[in-house]
Design a protein around this ligand. Structure first.
Ligand code: SFD
Ligand code: AMP
Length: 623
């Protein structure tokens, strides 16, 4: 048997994850740490330079408020987010990010990120809140600043975090394992930040076969934030608010640049624009159906109605949009020049952010200036950003939070010492890359404040507890060794289940019973009850997960974490007795929106008994 060295690291501030929020936290925490002689440590399952959702780069910064220039106010942003989320949002959290986000964007520019400029030197906007960037190296630039701030010795890469370390009701660190070396890590900390992103591949993706790893959001974000916060006994919110983006079909290219910058239409196979022909449907979802822009889930809904009536495929009319812009040029030569420029911008949009979409265009002889491309609603994702909202229930800022929404430190969860940022925080949608970085910065400062004010210790954890956690982490390796000779085919064995098979089982049940793509995003009480029954069987079989190597061990844990995310989701859609986001999921047994459900739904899991408590929480407005 392999023996795994136990490495113990003690730190004041522990940042779990190395993505946008984590990098923001690192920069800010390092600033306060220098002043007060604190130690800050970051742990990422991957390499910070290219980890998380921004790994491939991005072509836009989707949250820039322009507060200083008077372009918009904090309230404008809050109004936008509240409407887009059908009234369900924590205004204090959204406002807190909105007032700090511009400075994150200015830092990105200072660190070297090229932001498009117009002839007067102003930022080029994609839409009201979005800026165009040359962002292939976005993550590398943001990571460099974080690495410089922390110092390379304080960063642990390729270490996968599994469980929180708890001392009573206080979070005092986390454990994890190296995915490259035989090392088990125990991080003891005075404050902990969960910033391990959202969850992908909980539902069956549209992609299959060798394309299965292709999704809009990164498949390596596997629900670690949700799992860790649940296991730390923290309250979660908006677990029903999955995000379903409309994407270019099969390669998942984002649509924002097309809708906002190029002002493209989407039409069905008959050439009809569902945003026009289906407009009366929006009245059913008033007042949110009547606002501008139409909420993302309702845009989806109108499209899905066309699809259900057999009017697909749905097309992004790229050729029409490009020709229309070019034709507004004054003469033939200018039209030609403009066409070339637009063609380059169209390709760069994907080469900066979703390279596979550019490859698919090339592979299918698609010239966007000549031919439309299909778009489709993707499978559900769990993220605290974009038009999703699932994540931890955290304290708001003292000066903005209504009564009951503040408990001492910005962004601290209901578990003492555990903070959350980015996709890990719920009910504060539309933060994207820049807002996640800003929220990380908010946490970095709040954590330093917590450590200096509360003066917590590293907690009292018995060595036997650590040994128990270590044995549990490596159990799938031992289980594989014990049973590997009981089969002639490595992936089928009555004594164990490999992580890929386990994931497919999870995805199939979520897809069919919890409203995935195959179920046309529709579910009901009986279906959800069945999903819970099947999830319970899956949880039993999780004991038999097996891993032949460290990489597969990571896959095992990723899927255990996805399973908990799935359960939080199913329980919450079951609890909410209405349909509020019809283009995300539709409760066929409760097909309308109800005034008495204009509330948050929060849940908490008892880490010992794994029993769940669900509750309604009032929405308190600040504007
Ligand atoms: O157009 C563990 N996003 C976009 N944001 C924008 O501002 N503009 C865009 O153009 C955006 N678009 C977009 C976006 C994302 C993707 C994938 C595409 C296109 C194709 C959204 C942002 O990227 C997103 O909001 C932020 O990145 C969220 O930040 P954060 O920090 O919450 O998550 P992360 O960056 O994914 O980082 C997660 C980190 O956790 C690590 N990790 N580490 C240790 N142990 C574990 N168990 C871990 N599990 C995960 C990860 O490695 C990573 O470092 S558009 O489509 O909207
Ligand atoms: P996407 O590429 O879909 O991730 O969108 C990028 C940004 O544009 C996000 O801020 C979206 O909310 C916004 N967006 C995308 N499509 C539309 C649309 N049709 N109307 C308004 N905003 C949109």
């Amino acid at each position: 048997m392999t023996s795994y060295e136990t490495v113990t690291v003690e730190t004041d501030i522990l940042i779990l994850g190395g993505g946008m929020a984590a990098c923001g936290a690192a920069v800010e925490a390092a600033h306060w740490a220098k002043k007060h002689d604190l130690k800050v440590t970051m742990v990422d399952k991957a390499a910070v330079d290219r980890s998380g959702a921004v790994a491939m780069g991005l072509s836009a910064i989707n949250q820039y408020v322009g507060l200083k220039d008077g372009q918009n106010t904090m309230k404008d942003y809050v109004d936008y987010v509240r409407n887009d989320l059908m009234g369900i949002t924590r205004e204090d959290l959204v406002a807190n990010i909105a007032r700090h986000v511009d400075s994150s964007v200015h830092l990105f520019e200072k660190w070297g990120l090229p932001i498009w400029k117009d002839k007067d030197g102003g930022y080029v906007h994609e839409g009201r809140w979005q800026l165009m960037i040359n962002g292939e190296s976005y993550k590398v630039i943001v990571a460099e600043a974080a690495k410089n701030a922390l110092g390379i010795d304080n960063i642990y890469e390729r270490v996968f975090i599994t469980e929180p370390l708890m001392d009573g009701d206080r979070c005092v660190g986390a454990i994890g394992f190296s995915v490259r070396e035989d090392k088990f890590y125990v991080f003891k900390a005075k404050s902990v930040l969960a910033a391990m992103g959202g969850a992908v591949h909980v539902f069956k993706p549209r992609s299959s076969g060798e394309g299965m790893g292709r999704a809009w959001y990164p498949p390596w974000n596997s629900g670690s934030s949700t799992y860790l916060t649940l296991k730390a006994g923290a309250e979660l919110t908006c677990q029903e608010v999955r995000f379903i983006p409309v994407r270019f079909k099969d390669a998942y290219g984002p649509v924002g640049a097309w809708f906002l910058l190029f002002k493209s239409r989407a039409t069905n196979a008959l050439g009809e624009s569902y945003m026009e022909t289906r407009r009366p449907e929006l009245e059913k979802w008033a007042p949110y159906g009547m606002v501008k822009p139409v909420p993302a889930n309702l845009r989806n809904w109108l499209m899905l109605l066309d699809v259900a009536e057999g009017k697909g495929p749905i097309y992004m009319r790229t050729e029409e949009a490009i020709q229309k812009i070019a034709k507004s040029e004054p003469d033939e030569k200018a039209v030609k020049r403009k066409l070339k420029e637009l063609e380059a911008e169209a390709w760069e949009d994907f080469l900066d952010m979703t390279i596979s979409q550019a490859i698919l265009w090339a592979a299918t002889n698609t010239a966007p200036e000549e031919k439309s491309s299909e778009i489709a609603a993707a499978e559900p994702y769990f993220i605290g950003s974009h038009s999703g909202a699932s994540g931890a229930w955290v304290s708001g800022p003292k000066d903005l939070a209504p009564e009951g929404y503040f408990w001492g430190y910005d962004n601290m969860s209901t578990t003492k010492g555990l903070f959350c940022a980015g996709d890990a925080t719920g009910a504060s949608s539309h933060k994207f890359s820049s807002g996640s970085h800003a929220e990380g910065r908010i946490c970095g400062k709040a954590m330093a404040n917590y450590v200096l004010t509360e003066k917590p210790d590293y907690g009292n954890i018995d060595d036997s507890v650590i040994e128990g956690l270590k044995a549990a982490v490596y159990k799938p390796m031992a289980h594989y060794e014990e049973n590997k000779d009981k089969t002639t085919q490595v992936d089928v064995n009555p004594h164990y289940i490999l992580p890929k098979m386990f994931m497919m089982r999870l995805q199939k049940l979520m897809d069919e019973y919890a409203g995935g793509v195959s179920a046309q995003f529709t579910t009901n009480e009986s279906m959800l009850t069945k999903a819970l029954e099947l999830l319970a069987f899956l949880k039993e079989d999780a004991q038999n997960l097996a891993a032949p190597d460290l990489h597969e061990l990571m896959r095992c844990w990723e899927n255990v974490q996805r399973m908990y995310q799935a359960e939080a989701h199913v329980r919450t859609i079951l609890f909410r007795e209405e349909t509020r986001w019809p283009g995300y999921y539709f409760r066929s047994d409760m097909p309308t929106m109800k005034e008495d459900w204009k509330v948050f739904v929060n849940c908490v899991m008892d880490p010992k008994t794994e029993e769940w408590t669900m509750k309604k929480v009032d929405i308190k407005s600040i504007f």
